[in-house]
Structure formats: structure tokens, C-alpha cells
Write a protein that binds this ligand. Structure first.
Ligand code: BJW
Ligand code: ZN
Length: 276
């Protein structure tokens, strides 16, 4: 299909959707100057995954891992959200407004939580959100762009966790001392991120799965879609016959289940799908 036809189709799907779930990966931050993992020139070219992204690697050589994360903290600190991050924030707002307009006359009193996020029904029962952004990225650029319902699947580069008492803290200098210590118990701190072989937090898993099971449109942007469980969410949606739109420089395992695949840069393509 010609790209222009696919853009028209994706735009229509996005406009009509009532509950959108988005999965982003490192590719969405590439145009903000942040390195991806598996592309040419990516992080895995200079670092062995098992050395810097596994708990065993951290136990073996915590200095190496802290150097790796300090460099990434510096790079994330100077990065700014790009057009793709900003468009997703705009899309969230559009979906919240759309749900407010549509639900008021139908639902009447007692429904809607009044804050316009479409997440509550005023009865104390949680209603699934009209827009959920699942990100594998740890750089915080989605929140910086204004997205509010963001689920950080793999943690945050701005949080650190004590290896002994589990205390999570955020208020640290951009560059941490090479072996940072916990202010409560003096044990070694580690980045509050999810490495290979580690479980994602159960609350995060529940929220992500609920969004993937409730959405009527799934948008996948800038991920190689090989790391699980993240990569399983668009597949879950596709199993329910929910249309999946993918934006990437190249095809991925998600392409096979996508209704529309747009090949190109997220910062150029995504703004074309969401009206001003
Ligand atoms: C652009 C672009 C532009 C570029 N515009 N696009 C089921 C099956 C098989 C294996 C498993 C499974 N379940 C669990 C596993 C094991 C493992 C796993 O998935 N392994 C596979 C790799 C085989 N998963 C785990 O261990 C997870 N834990 C877990 O499941 O626990 C239970 C369990 C444990 C063990 C066994 C079984 C169950 C944890 C995964 C943690 C991943 N952690 C990392 C590091 C996080 C912290 C940090 O950032 O430092 O997460 S690894 C790294 O990969 C990082 C990323 O979030 C993640 C995904 O990478 P991403 O974002 O897709 O980046 P790239 O570089 O791969 O791709 C970039 C894409 O963008 C490319 O496609 C480009 O084309 C594109 N692009 N520029 C648009 N401008
Ligand atoms: Zn501690």
C-alpha cells in the first residue's frame, strides 16, 4: 500500500478509536539524540548486554554498570522531547476531551470523575483509561512532553534503589558517585530499572495488561519488539482483532499482525496522524 493511503487509514483509525494503548521503545527518543540499543551505533555495539543489563553483570562489576548509567543520565538530561513525544501528549488530551464530550449526555449523574481523564466513573470503581502509554524507555521524555498516563515498564533512569533495604530515591545529581551508597543503610545503590531475567513490578504488569485488553486501537512506535513482556501487548490486542498501527524504520515481529505499518521516522510520521 502506498504510504499516503496508509497514513489516511491510520489517521481514520486513530480518530475513531475510543481507547488507545501505545507501546513505545528507544526509537521514539532517537530523534531527541538518545541512542537506541540494537540499531547501528546503538548501545549494544559498545556494551555486552550481559555486562550492563543483567543483575549478574551488576554483581560482577557495579562500577562498569554505574559508568554506563551515568553516561545515559547525562545524555537524557540534555535531551528534549521531539515531535513524536509531543504528538502523543496531544493525542492523550484529544482522547480525554472526546470521551468527556461523548459520555456526558449518555452517562448522566454519578458517572465521570470530573477530572476529564476518563479514568474514573465516580463510584470508586476503576474504569480503564481512554489513553495509556506503555513505554520501555527510562528517559522520562514522555512525561516531559506532557503525557500523564504513562506506564514505565522498565523503570526510570532518574530513580535509584538500594540493593539492601529497597529504598527508592530520585533526588540525586545527574552524575552519581561511581559506587553510590544508600542514605538509610549505606548499602550499594543500583539503577531502578528492569534488567534481563528480572520481573517487572506486578502493579505495572497489571496496568499494562489491562490497557492491552481494553483498548480498541494499539499503536506501536520505535521498538524492535523482541523484548518480552513488552512485545506481547500489541500481540494480545491483535488476538482480539484490535487494529494495530506500527511506526518504525523497519519491519518487526509486530508487522505481521499490524493493520497499518508506516516505515519512517516517528517524529515525521506521527504528527501526520493526529490533527492539530
Ligand atoms: C525508529 C527510529 C525513529 C530507530 N523512528 N523508529 C518470552 C519470550 C522470549 C523471552 C522472554 C519471554 N519473556 C521473558 C523473556 C526473557 C527476556 C526477553 O524478552 N528476552 C528476549 C530479548 C529474547 N525478558 C526479560 O527478561 C524481562 N523480564 C521478565 O520477563 O521477567 C520474567 C522472566 C524472566 C526470565 C525468563 C522468563 C520470564 C525483562 C526485560 C528487561 C529489558 N531491559 C532493557 C534495559 C532496561 C533499562 C535500560 O534502559 O537500561 O530494556 S534491555 C533493552 O531492550 C531496554 C529496552 O527497553 C528494551 C527494548 O528495546 P527497544 O526499545 O525495542 O530498542 P531497540 O534498540 O531494540 O529498537 C529500536 C527500534 O526503533 C528499532 O526497531 C528501530 O528500527 C526503531 N527506530 N529510530 C522510528 N526515528
Ligand atoms: Zn538502603
Amino acid at each position: 500500500m502506498a504510504q499516503s493511503k496508509s497514513i489516511t487509514q491510520a489517521k481514520k483509525l486513530l480518530k475513531e478509536a475510543k481507547k488507545v494503548c501505545v507501546l513505545t521503545g528507544a526509537g521514539i527518543s532517537a530523534e531527541s539524540g538518545i541512542k537506541t540499543f540494537r540499531d547501528a551505533g546503538g548501545l549494544w555495539e559498545d556494551h555486552a548486554v550481559e555486562d550492563v543489563a543483567t543483575p549478574e553483570g551488576f554483581t560482577r562489576d557495579p562500577k562498569l554498570v554505574w559508568r554506563f548509567y551515568n553516561a545515559r543520565r547525562k545524555s537524557a538530561d540534555v535531551a528534549a522531547p521531539n515531535a513524536a513525544h509531543l504528538t502523543l501528549a496531544r493525542l492523550e488530551l484529544a482522547k480525554q476531551r472526546q470521551s468527556k464530550q461523548k459520555s456526558y449526555p449518555v452517562l448522566g449523574h454519578g458517572e465521570g470523575n470530573g477530572n476529564g481523564n476518563g479514568n474514573g466513573n465516580g463510584t470508586g470503581h476503576h474504569k480503564s483509561a481512554v489513553f495509556t502509554l506503555l513505554t520501555q524507555n527510562i528517559d522520562g521524555l514522555h512525561q516531559q512532553a506532557g503525557s500523564t498516563n504513562v506506564v514505565e515498564l522498565h523503570g526510570s533512569i532518574w530513580k535509584v534503589r538500594c540493593t539492601k533495604c529497597g529504598l527508592i530515591t530520585t533526588d540525586h545529581p545527574i552524575e552519581l558517585p561511581i559506587l553510590p551508597k544508600c542514605e538509610a543503610c549505606s548499602a550499594l545503590l543500583r539503577p531502578h530499572v528492569v534488567w534481563f531475567g528480572e520481573n517487572l513490578e506486578s502493579e505495572i504488569l497489571e496496568k499494562a495488561e489491562a490497557a492491552a485488553l481494553a483498548c480498541d486501537l494499539f499503536l506501536v512506535i520505535g521498538t524492535s519488539a523482541i523484548v518480552h513482556p513488552a512485545a506481547s501487548y500489541p500481540l494480545l490486542a491483535a488476538q482480539r482483532k484490535v487494529p494495530v498501527i506500527e511506526i518504525n524504520l523497519e519491519n518487526t515481529p509486530v508487522t505481521a499482525v499490524s493493520a497499518v505499518t508506516l516505515l519512517g521516522k516517528a517524529g515525521e510520521l506521527l504528527p501526520k496522524l493526529v490533527s492539530e
